[in-house]
Design a protein around this ligand. Structure first.
Ligand code: PLP
Length: 286
């Protein structure tokens, strides 16, 4: 039985209760973060805390907790649940005003709801999928226009994963105006020769915390990085491809729809970046 954190309390998961009037439940009016844990320590915590503030600001939501206290809660949950490898999920919603209304409640009287829980994932860093690479399908990107805000409205990404599953693939890359935006829960990259190509930051994609770190490490390792749009066609003809996220780190992609990349194995760049990312981020973990 897990211990979870709800509105200031550490309680058993079976005792954690949120109101039916919570706007997270009724309107997906909430934001979230996922931070991975390796060796009992938090990976990229600072980046996730900064992006959380940004998401809250964009939705005019007040933060119910300081960054220092948030770090304390993450660490306490790792300790209480004895997590060596896994994830911490955090969600903040606009709270439960006691009725359903499109208008935002008064923040003086309706406090945000904050929930954190752990997900134990032994072997997270040693994921066998990273050795084989994953297969993705392409689907239309029909999400809303503020994908840079990490909201809990994840129905379409969830449908995208199901479309992939039904097609016998692992994930889906989303396409808008012929260009790849991102994966259902990760940022997308292709490799051409020695060049790493990924879409530039805008409202069209989530500003991945893993993306920021991986691009920094790539540049430090003298790899060439180009932040620009790339088409599905370009991706299908790439030498390599990969995705990044807090829970998968750097994951090679070996097939896009029916196009097999290179010889159908992970290649050179993505596995090297995974190695560097894991090494550097574990060194910097808190
Ligand atoms: N893009 C989308 C749509 C995501 O949902 C995620 C993670 O959940 C990412 C990218 C990767 O972001 P991060 O590296 O911060 O986990």
């Amino acid at each position: 039985m897990r211990t979870v954190y709800l509105n200031g309390e550490y309680i058993p998961e079976t005792e954690a209760r949120v109101s039916v009037f919570d706007r997270g439940f009724l309107m997906a009016d909430g934001v979230y973060e996922v931070t991975s844990v390796l060796g009992g320590k938090l990976i990229d915590f600072d980046g996730h805390a900064v992006r959380l503030e940004r998401s809250l600001d964009a939705l005019e939501m007040r933060s119910p907790i300081s960054k220092e206290d948030l770090l304390g809660v993450h660490r306490e949950l790792v300790r209480l649940n004895d997590i060596d490898e896994g994830m911490i999920y955090l969600q903040i919603t606009r709270g439960a005003p006691g009725d359903r209304d499109f208008v935002f409640p008064d923040p003086e009287t309706t406090m945000p709801t904050i929930v954190l829980f752990t997900q134990n994932k032994p072997g997270l860093a040693d994921n066998p999928a990273a050795k084989k690479g994953i297969r993705v399908i392409s689907i239309d990107d029909i999400r809303w226009g503020r994908r840079d805000i990490k909201t809990v409205q994840l129905l379409y990404p969830s449908m995208g994963k199901m479309m992939a599953k039904k097609a016998g693939a692992d994930d889906a890359w989303m396409i808008e105006d012929g260009f790849v935006t991102e994966g259902t829960s990760n940022n997308a990259y292709i490799v051409k020769g020695n060049k790493i190509i990924t879409r530039a930051l805008s409202n069209d994609i989530l500003h991945g915390i893993t993306r920021a770190a991986v691009l920094r490490f790539a540049r430090e390792a003298q790899m060439e990085v180009e932040e620009r749009n790339f088409t599905l066609e370009e991706a299908r003809n790439a030498d390599e491809a990969f995705v990044t996220s807090a829970s998968t780190f750097v994951m090679p992609v070996v097939q896009i729809d029916d196009a097999v990349l290179g010889d159908g194995t992970p290649g050179r760049v993505a596995p090297r970046l995974r190695e560097i990312y894991l090494e550097e981020s574990m060194r910097a973990a808190v």
